[in-house]
Design a protein around this ligand. Structure first.
Ligand code: COA
Length: 185
């Protein structure tokens, strides 16, 4: 079946699922904005926390997942959080998802996102990439910039959920005092 008929059939007969992949080190209000927007289009959104992305995350995988789960109440059964290691299109297919959601903040995101989407399409034609524009308020934030501000005692309230702000404070300032070690960004 060609991708368009497949999508039409999926939309007509089954609940639609999208996978929202990323490192989420840590999750920010910008990411949550994308999840909210995706929920307007899809019945279910799986936030897929990537294990191997060639980054050295500040938060280990289980903490990143836990911080995301705390953003959603028990009633939010349209959102689930999972870890994924491997090709994101394989994961999407395993989950029966018809789309991969990616957020676009600025033109600078576009080159990389376009390349990633084309590669993903080459790997799995049945899974489409859907780009959602991040709300204007979040256009300048990234996990790294938030971590940098937190590390230097900058005020990040309003940019991440409060439990994430506290986790960053603990990571950079409480843990730091105990060990004398300086965690990386
Ligand atoms: N609000 C705030 N920040 C946002 C954002 C938003 N809406 N959207 C993206 N960002 C930030 C992230 O916080 C992240 O910041 P950081 O670089 O400072 O950590 C940055 O933009 C890039 O984010 P992310 O969307 O998490 O992408 P990533 O590069 O970390 O992850 C994967 C990319 C995991 C999706 C991709 O590598 C992947 O799919 N890997 C699996 C293997 C695979 O299938 N590869 C593709 C085919 S070969």
């Amino acid at each position: 079946m060609d991708p368009i008929s497949n999508c039409r059939q999926t939309i007509a007969t089954e609940p639609t699922t999208a996978v929202y992949p990323g490192t989420f080190d840590p999750i920010t209000n910008g990411h949550l904005d994308i999840v909210e927007r995706a929920l307007q289009l899809f019945d279910r959104v799986i936030i897929a926390v990537a294990v191997n992305v060639g980054k050295q995350p500040l938060f280990p995988l289980d903490e990143r997942i836990d911080l995301i789960k705390q953003c959603f109440g028990p009633g939010d059964d349209r959102v689930s959080v999972d870890a994924t290691d491997g090709l994101i299109v394989d994961y999407a297919e395993q989950q029966g998802a018809c789309a991969i959601v990616r957020g676009l903040r600025a033109v600078s995101d576009f080159d990389y996102e376009f390349q990633l989407a084309l590669m993903n399409r080459k790997l799995a034609r049945r899974v489409d990439t859907v780009f959602l524009m991040t709300g204007f308020r979040w256009i300048y934030i990234s996990s790294s910039i938030i971590k940098d501000a937190a590390r230097h005692h900058g005020d990040i309230s309003g940019l991440v959920p409060d439990h994430v702000r506290q986790a960053l404070q603990k990571k950079y300032h409480a843990d730091n005092k105990k060990s004398g070690r300086r965690p990386g960004v």
